[in-house]
Design a binder for this molecule. Structure first.
Ligand SMILES: Cc1ncc(COP(=O)(O)O)c(C=O)c1O
Length: 375
């Protein structure tokens, strides 16, 4: 059997890693400023992460959601503490797309409606409703096309007001910071406007923090820069530092009913151990504070490069805009400078998403590499 070839691959295979470093089979060293699509939060092979998972593996790797799993309660408790959403509820699943599917399903169970408001440039995953709300016709197929979606630009105050005031929208789904769309942020005013209208019309406000969450922006969630509280928050990526896990944080006003959501693997023992390890490291190493500090330095250094037109984003979720496509530059960064970077749907935007505990020295190395390829 061969692989179903759906990915375009770089010609480097990392086989070992440590912190922000990746090593190929020949022992060549690479700096990871992409974290495999924003997944690596506490760094590759963090000792606490490895130990937590190894110990759990020796005890019990999996049993289904037909028995009590105390680790899930521990995780919910810790998540409440670290995120500040103390009295909310947690539903665990396996990926970002699945988190968003469950978020929208739960919204629909709450108000009985089926129309979803989504945004230009949004990315929410590749499963049925998640891909339908994603703004990329190339990954939507006829089987996904029946969904009832209305799409607006960020900052379209009038259009979103008129649509929401119709009273037939089930939920609004919006990223804390758009990642795949090119690191674009909704303004505080726009989020507040959506919050007010959602309250007036009993529409559920879903913040997709799959990429922008988990401390990446310099707050636990990117929307916490705005003080707007959503009704559901979807999470994945940085949550497991590479262990596949996702979830939704749910406002107490949304009520659970036995059987309404479910999954075989979601919230399994290993996933909980991995997720707990990540939160424990975020707390003990004060990573959110560190992200805010390192992010300021990184942005300043990026802005000092002549060819850089604009730096967008917050903390360690940065989009660097050039006035040319970045594809060639990314290849040079990888093959000549040994630095992994990311792209986005905006061809001129370089997306940088290093581990949250990246050192200042490593930031300077990335800046030097960028200057070298631009010289
Ligand atoms: C904001 C956002 N939501 C959802 C997803 C989908 O997550 P997953 O690939 O884990 O399904 C992604 C993935 O890039 C994302 O960036």
């Amino acid at each position: 059997m061969k692989l179903f070839e759906v990915y375009s691959l770089f010609d480097v295979e990392p086989v070992e890693a440590d912190g922000a470093l990746l090593f190929d089979r020949q022992g060549n060293k690479y700096l990871d400023f992409y974290g495999g699509h924003a997944v690596i939060s506490i760094g590759h092979g963090h000792p606490h992460f490895v130990e937590r998972i190894t110990v759990q593996l020796g005890k019990l790797a999996f049993y289904s959601n037909s028995v009590p799993i105390s680790l899930q309660k521990d995780l919910a408790h810790k998540m409440g503490e670290v995120s500040g959403y103390f009295n909310w509820n947690l539903f665990l699943c396996n990926s970002g797309a699945e988190a968003n599917e469950n978020a929208m399903k739960l919204a629909s169970a709450h108000n009985g409606r089926d129309k979803v408001m989504a945004f230009t440039g949004g990315f929410h995953g590749r499963t049925s409703l998640a891909v339908a709300v994603t703004d990329n016709p190339n990954i939507v197929f006829p089987v996904n096309e029946g969904a009832n979606i209305v799409r607006f630009n960020f900052e379209d105050f009038d259009g979103t007001k008129t649509a929401l005031e119709n009273g037939d929208i089930c939920c609004v789904i919006i990223e804390g910071i758009q990642g795949v769309g090119g690191v674009v942020e909704p303004s505080t005013e726009f989020l507040s406007h959506l919050r007010v209208l959602c309250d007036e019309t009993d529409t559920v406000l879903i913040l997709d923090e799959v990429q922008s969450g988990y401390g990446r922006s310099g707050r636990f969630f990117a929307h916490q820069h705005s003080f707007v509280q959503p009704d559901i928050i979807s999470i994945a990526k940085g949550m497991g530092n590479g262990f596949p896990v996702g979830g939704i944080l749910i406002h107490p006003k949304l009520k659970a009913k036995a059987g309404m959501l479910g999954t075989t693997f979601g919230g399994n023992h290993l996933a909980c151990a991995a997720s707990l390890a990540v939160l424990e490291v975020i707390e003990s190493e004060q990573l959110i504070k560190k992200v805010a500090q390192t992010g300021i330095l990184f942005r300043k250094e990026l802005e000092s490069i002549n060819e850089v037109k604009e730096v967008r984003g917050k903390g360690l979720m940065l989009g660097v805009e050039f006035d040319f496509p970045v594809a060639e530059m990314r290849k040079k960064m990888l093959y000549e400078q040994h630095v992994f970077t990311g792209s986005s749907s905006n061809k001129n935007t370089l997306r940088l998403l290093p581990p949250l505990n990246i050192s200042e020295k490593e930031v300077h190395l990335c800046i030097e590499a960028l200057k070298n390829v631009l010289a």
